[in-house]
Design a protein around this ligand. Structure first.
Ligand code: KIV
Ligand code: ZN
Length: 523
């Protein structure tokens, strides 16, 4: 695509939620969830979807291949280190797409060169060989200089020139450790565009991490300096402090078109739904005051603000909730609401369900409406979280739970299905949640350690549902589970079991060695 993109005001959106986002500790997604997110991204108008790291595991390979087969409009990209084996595996996965892309990278800064034990000249040679190899397989090749921002400027210009000569069509300049500031981000891109021979034949991309909270500002500064592809994730998901948030850069360019006269092809009304789905499947809730998609982003608490907004929305609102797909009909539903009303409410909230999925959610909705007088949008969104946490694919399922608590001691009697076999255990504990978690451990022994247990009320009132998030760690693997229920203890058990199900999936993955020491590059 777009190596010679003629519309210079067009900025390509490259979404890496399924690759860099999924690299975030604990954000593992299942195969079905990855396919669903890819479909939503494609429908939203994302130009390039980085679907995964095919050599990382059989699971990653299968997900990238299937996303490639199902893709409609987006370019489907896979990541590979700078060796032939990675690149070949990546091509095997992405080649099914109507528009495939190979993305290959190498760390070019002094510390990365030290790890790979390559001299400057040896690295140039490696870049030439690997990009040429990728280009012989695929017309669309993206090359990234990992840690570009901390690479010597002259050397950066040389490696970029080498990648362009070898056939790269997109050159990515990542701020891998989130170190840069807007002025510098712009300066580096401007310098490369001006001085590297062949720069006018390629698209420059910006890929920022958010360690100093600068990712959005740095990405926009890079665009002002000539970058025409922004790499980003939904909700800013990603390693450490995350990546540039898609919703922030897209809405910033839209709201401040006067200062940033650039266009994307993103259908912004799909942003909120994607944000919710990514929060659900990754187990990373969106902070309340997060720009654009946080729960409070459009709430006006103070009297002065409320009054101003009622008189003229522009007084305190720079964009409308509907711009990102928030509907303002938070009309409560109840036990008399039928399937059609639920379907229409789900549609308003951005969920399009197949009949069997609707049936499953409807059963849960009825059970909730029996316990709770009024069911609000937040309840329905939480219900969707719960149904996502327990799919038919799951190895472990909660079947029955009885808990005794109070002054006489705490005891939990739990029955679970483990790979189809029902197993029960009764355990005591230091509080009802501890008793339940002990019962889970007895039924499914494991060495994972609990790193986070968090409870949040979905709405007001004592009949409110609780959303529980659980994070577990086992041998460096971190996984998260979340579930919602008016019964906080039951939600806790489901969240714990949800995290264990993800751990089971995660155990089959072996993280590739990022420094390439173990792979001879032409293997
Ligand atoms: O942050 C980074 O440098 C990356 C590269 C692999 C593109 O994610
Ligand atoms: Zn990154």
């Amino acid at each position: 695509m777009a190596a010679n993109m003629t519309d210079t005001s067009r900025v390509l959106i490259f979404d890496t939620t399924l690759r860099d986002g999924e690299q975030s500790p604990g954000a593992t997604m299942t195969h079905a969830e990855k396919l669903e997110i890819a479909t939503l991204l494609d429908d939203m108008g994302v130009d390039v979807i980085e679907a995964g790291f095919p050599i990382a595991s059989e699971g990653d390979f299968a997900a990238v291949s299937e996303i490639a087969k199902n893709s409609k409009n987006s370019v489907i990209c896979g990541l590979s280190r700078a060796n032939f084996k990675d690149i070949d595996r990546c091509w095997e996965a992405v080649k099914h797409a109507a528009k495939p892309r190979i993305h290959t990278f190498i760390g070019t800064s002094p510390s990365h060169r030290e790890i790979t034990k390559l001299t400057q000249e040896e690295m140039i040679e490696r870049i030439h060989e690997t990009v040429t190899h990728a280009r012989n397989l695929c017309e669309d090749v993206q090359w990234s200089a990992m840690d570009a921002i901390r690479t010597e400027r002259d050397y950066l210009a040389r490696v970029v020139e080498c990648a362009i000569k070898a056939g790269a069509t997109t050159i990515n300049i990542p701020d891998t450790v989130g170190y840069t500031l807007p002025e510098e981000s712009a300066e580096i891109i401007r310098e490369l565009v001006e001085r590297v021979p062949g720069a006018d034949q390629v698209i420059f991309a910006t890929h920022c991490h958010n360690d100093l909270g600068m990712a959005t500002a740095n990405s926009l500064a890079a665009v002002n300096a000539g970058a025409r592809q922004i790499e980003c994730t939904i909700n800013g998901l990603g390693e450490r402090a995350g990546n540039t948030a898609l919703e922030e850069v897209v809405m910033a360019m839209r709201v401040r078109r006067d200062l940033m006269p650039y266009a994307t092809q993103i259908d912004t009304t799909k942003i909120m739904n994607l944000s919710r789905r990514v929060a659900q499947v990754s187990g990373f809730p969106v902070q309340f005051n997060k720009a654009i998609v946080g729960k409070n982003a459009f709430l006006h608490e103070s009297g002065i603000h409320q009054d101003g907004v009622l008189k003229n929305v522009e007084t305190f609102e720079i964009m409308r909730p509907s711009d990102i797909g928030i509907t303002d009909s938070n009309i409560a539903m109840g036990k008399h609401s039928g399937r059609a009303a639920l379907r229409s409410k789900l549609k308003d909230l951005g969920y399009e369900l197949a009949d069997n999925q609707l049936q499953d959610v409807f059963v849960r909705f009825k059970a909730l409406a029996d316990r709770k007088k009024e069911v609000y949008d937040e309840d329905i969104i939480a219900l969707m979280t719960d149904s996502a946490a327990n799919t038919g694919e799951d190895q472990l399922q909660v079947k029955k739970l009885r808990v005794i608590c109070g002054t006489g001691g705490q005891e939990a009697a739990l029955t679970m299905s483990v790979g189809g076999e029902e197993i029960s255990a009764t355990c005591e504990g230091d509080g009802p949640v501890d008793a339940c978690f002990n019962a889970v451990k007895e039924i499914f022994p494991h060495g994972a350690r609990l790193k986070l247990y968090q409870v949040q009320a979905v709405t007001d009132g004592t009949d409110a549902q609780a959303t529980v998030s659980v994070r577990l760690e086992e041998d460096g693997r971190i996984v998260t589970g979340s579930a919602a229920d008016t019964d906080t203890i039951l939600a806790s058990v489901k969240a714990y079991v949800g995290a264990l199900n993800r751990l089971i999936v995660r155990r089959t993955k072996t993280a590739p060695d990022a420094d390439m020491k173990t792979v001879s590059f032409k293997e």
